[in-house]
Write a protein that binds this ligand. Structure first.
Ligand code: ASP
Ligand code: MG
Length: 458
C-alpha cells in the first residue's frame, strides 16, 4: 500500500485534477490511499468566510460563499461532463456541503460570534469538497474509488484548530477504515487536514496539515512509501523564490528534512516526518506537473551522506532578550523563563545564553505580549523586531572541519546576532537583520553550493 497526497495546486482545477488522476491511475497495482488538500486557495477563502461572518459582514460573507460554491460546482460539471450520473451526484453533494456551510456562516453572521469549534467546521469544508469531486472524477474515469471520511479515523486532541493527533486511536481506526473502503475497489480517497476529537467534534490539524495527515495514515497502514505530490520538483538547496541557482536534492535524511521544515523550508509541514520515522517509511516529494521527475527521497539517516544540504530561513522573527542579574549563580531561573513561554503557548526556536542573559527567537506571528509582561516582573526584557533566522542544514555539518568558518566567511559585512549549533549536529543557525536576509542567504548559498572547490581550501 502507498500513500499519495496531493496538495492544493495539484487539485486546483480541471487540468490539474486530470493530471493527478492520470498519475494515480498509473499506480493502482500499489494500492494507493489518496489524501487530498482543498483546491488551491480554498482554505484561505474559508478563513475569509469565517472572518467576514464573525464581523457580521453579511454582504462579504455571501459573496465569498457564492465564490466557493461556484468554483466547486463549475469544476464538478466540467470534470464530469461525460458522465451525467456522476455529474449530478457530485453537484448535488457539493451543493449540500455548501448549503450546510452557508447555514452555519449566516448563523455566525447573525450573532457576530465565532467559536473555535465553528471555525473548525467552516475551514474543514475545502477538503470535503475537493475529495468529493475527485472521488467522483476517479470513478467516472473507471478507477473504482472508495471514499473515506477522515473524521472517522483521524482522531485528535480536543483543540479544534490545532488538533494534535492521538496516535493510538489513529492506529486503531485507520487500517479498518481503509480496508473497508477498499472492498471491491481499485483505490481509496480521503481528506488531509481534517479530523475529529474523541467527542466526534470537527477538528483540524493546523495550516498545511494535509502532509501530516498523509504521514499519519502511512504510519497506521504501514505503507511502503508516502508520496507528497506538490508543484515543485522536490526539496531544493534553498527557496528558489529568494535564491538563484538552487539545486534539487535527490535524497535527504529524515532528520535533515525535519530541520529544514522546522527552520523555514516550505515544502513539507514540519510534523510530517515524525510518523514516517517511527515506521521507517520513505517519503518522496514529487511534482505533479512533472511526474517523470525524480523528486526528492527522504530516507533514513544511514543512507545519506554527510554534508551541507540546505540554507533555510525564517524571514520574519523576533529576538527576545532577557537580562537579569538574578540569573548569575542561581538555579531554577531558566525553568521560570521557559515556563512562561510554555504557559502562554509561545513556541521558541533558537536559544542562546550567557551569564546574565538569555536570548530566544520566536516567529513574528506568535503573540508575545503576555510573555513579555510576565518576564518583566523579574527581568529586563528587550524585544528586537524585524530579524531573520538563517539555518545551514546538513548531516553532521557541526562535526565537519571548518564548517563554521565556511558558514560565517561570506557574512563579513553584516551583523550576526545569535548563533546556535544544534546538538543534533545537523544545524547551524543564526540571526541577522531582516533587511540583510536576501543578501545573506544568496551569498551563503553561492559560497556553499556553487563554489565547492573554493571550500576545499579552508
Ligand atoms: N487546506 C489546508 C491548508 O491550506 C491544509 C493543506 O493544504 O495542507 O492549510
Ligand atoms: Mg501544503
Amino acid at each position: 500500500m502507498i500513500i499519495m497526497k496531493f496538495g492544493g495546486t495539484s487539485v486546483a482545477n480541471f487540468e490539474a485534477i486530470t493530471r493527478t488522476i492520470f498519475i494515480i491511475g498509473g499506480k493502482l497495482d500499489q494500492k494507493p490511499v489518496v489524501v487530498v488538500s482543498a483546491l488551491s486557495k480554498v482554505t484561505d477563502l474559508l478563513y475569509r468566510i469565517s472572518d467576514a461572518a464573525a464581523s457580521m459582514d453579511v454582504a462579504a460573507t455571501k459573496e465569498h460563499l457564492d465564490t466557493l460554491r461556484k468554483r466547486h460546482v463549475d469544476l464538478a460539471s466540467e470534470l464530469l461532463e461525460p458522465s451525467p450520473m456522476h455529474k449530478d451526484a457530485a453537484v448535488k453533494r457539493v451543493n449540500e456541503i455548501c448549503d450546510a456551510l452557508e447555514d452555519l456562516a449566516m448563523a455566525v453572521c447573525a450573532v457576530g460570534e465565532l467559536s473555535d469549534r465553528n471555525k473548525a467546521i467552516i475551514i474543514s469544508n475545502g477538503e470535503l469538497l475537493s475529495s468529493t469531486i475527485i472521488c467522483h472524477a476517479m470513478n467516472a474515469k473507471g478507477i473504482r474509488t472508495g471514499f473515506i471520511d477522515a473524521r472517522k479515523m483521524m482522531i485528535t486532541s480536543q483543540s479544534y484548530l490545532k488538533g494534535e493527533p492521538i496516535v493510538d486511536e489513529i492506529i486503531a481506526r485507520v487500517p479498518d477504515a481503509v480496508a473497508k473502503a477498499y472492498e471491491g475497489m481499485d483505490a481509496v480517497i480521503t481528506q488531509g487536514f481534517i479530523g475529529s476529537n474523541l467527542n466526534g467534534e470537527q477538528t483540524v490539524l493546523g495550516r498545511g496539515g494535509s502532509d501530516y495527515s498523509a504521514s499519519l495514515i502511512g504510519m497506521a497502514v504501514d505503507a511502503e512509501r508516502i508520496e507528497i505530490w506538490t508543484d515543485v520538483d522536490g526539496v531544493r538547496t534553498a527557496d528558489p523564490r529568494k535564491v538563484p541557482n538552487t539545486k534539487n536534492l535527490e535524497k535527504i535524511s529524515f532528520e535533515e528534512a525535519a530541520e529544514m521544515a522546522h527552520f523555514g523550508a516550505k515544502v513539507l509541514h514540519p510534523l510530517t516526518i515524525e510518523p514516517a520515522v517511527k515506521k521507517n517509511i520513505p517519503i518522496y516529494v514529487l511534482n505533479s506537473m512533472n511526474p517523470s521527475g525524480k523528486g526528492t527521497a527522504i530516507l533514513r539517516n544511514e543512507l545519506i551522506e554527510d554534508g551541507v544540504k540546505s540554507v533555510s530561513f525564517k524571514e520574519n522573527i523576533r529576538v527576545i532578550n532577557i537580562f537579569s542579574m538574578k540569573m548569575i549563580n542561581t538555579s531554577g531561573f531558566l525553568r521560570r523563563v521557559f515556563e512562561i513561554f510554555s504557559e502562554n503557548k509561545v513556541s521558541v526556536d533558537l536559544i542562546s545564553t550567557s551569564e546574565a542573559n538569555i536570548s530566544v527567537t520566536v516567529d513574528a506571528s506568535e503573540k508575545i505580549d503576555k510573555v513579555v509582561e510576565e518576564l518583566s516582573e523579574f527581568a529586563e526584557v528587550v524585544v528586537d523586531d524585524d530579524k531573520s533566522q538563517v539555518s545551514v542544514i546538513g548531516k553532521n555539518i557541526v562535526k565537519l572541519n571548518g564548517m563554521l568558518k565556511k558558514t560565517f566567511t561570506p557574512l563579513k559585512k553584516c551583523n550576526v546576532y545569535m548563533i546556535s549549533q544544534g546538538a543534533s549536529f545537523v544545524n547551524i543557525s543564526f540571526v541577522v537583520d531582516r533587511e540583510e536576509l536576501t543578501e545573506v542567504v544568496c551569498d551563503l548559498h553561492h559560497h556553499l553550493f556553487e563554489q565547492p572547490e573554493e571550500l576545499e581550501t579552508f
